[in-house]
Design a protein around this ligand. Sequence first.
Ligand SMILES: [Zn+2]
Length: 408
Amino acid sequence: MTIIQADWIVTCDEYDSIIENGCIVFDKTIVDLGSFEEISSKYPNSPIQKTDPNTVILPGLINPHVHLEFSANKTTLRYGNFMTWLNSVIEHRADLIEKADTELIDNELQSILKSGTTTIGAISSYGFDMESLQKTKLNVVHFSEIIGSNASMVDTLFADFQARLKSSSKLKSDRYTPAIAIHSPYSVHPFLIRETLNLAREQNLAVTAHFLESQEEKDWLESSSGGMLEFFKTFLNQTQSITKSHEFLNQFKGIKNLSFTHCCQANKEELEVIDELKATIIHCPVSNRFLTNATMDYKDLEHRTFAIGTDGLSSNYSLSLWEEMKNALFIHKNVDITTLAKKLLNASTKGGAKALGFENKGSLKKGYDADIISVTLPDTCTKKDIFLHMILHTSVANAIFIKGEKIV
Ligand SMILES: [Zn+2]
């Protein structure tokens, strides 16, 4: 059993409790937490590890949406317009995938871990990330992804998907959870969506999908027009969209742990269907800024429990949630910055846990997994400003525990 004391314990629980001069008691799970006086009198024979002044203990960060197989991109892909970006992905995909070998992915995972992220949701297009994800100390939800809109190819694509999901399922452990990703409404044939979702229901697997990332996607789904028409004609000899947004969403009924990434162009009705499905929105503001210059309106986020994702290095310069939160402070202008900071930190902990279907992560509460990090602020601050100053002044965590095991 370990007991650690810190000037602040930020719990990210449902009451947003912050304990001043507090202690947390844990083994694999959190045993107790409270004020220093309370814990030291309750556990008089246990040593208490002290931390530096201005240290904050908080739940490990949870990044539910990352594409590690695209980690080799630095300056290759083109930003500024969704179709420009998509065409550059098609052109350079093979090279980028080849460059993202196990060593490169291992290094990215190490950086993610050092930043204080303790759980990730990895979207896997090819299964080339599995070797690294099997070895990492991070908690992993591994989303085997299905993609393909051509009706003549569905059997082949489904067989390939099933083989990847089977390999991923063999790695299942208390740290590694297999799951399913449906690429997007425009890129996956309804037959494949139906079959993969049936597998998810049978095996009780979490599901995620990209949804309404760009105006081009919306135009294509609504009226088979806009910037995507040329793309589909050229690469897939297709001039009609295979589905509409509402038909796509309606297929997800009965999926227990469900998330939709981006949702930038989702209207009120579509957001309500997402709520009815009890799905979590994964907000990726940097990726949205780079590819489409339009992200979700904060008014559509503030009353929801949403998550924050970095997306992959194919549309970001960093896989650190601290960077994502810093940028989100500037992207969502006209919102009180201290209120926003608190919302972002909750999205990066509790929101991420909800997106991935974990009921025992994302908060510091008795019985929850002891996925705990600490960061040290450069000086004193008031209780109200802790969230903002953590975001502004943190790039790496100074201690990291995953299920109670000291990692850093
Ligand atoms: Zn993505």
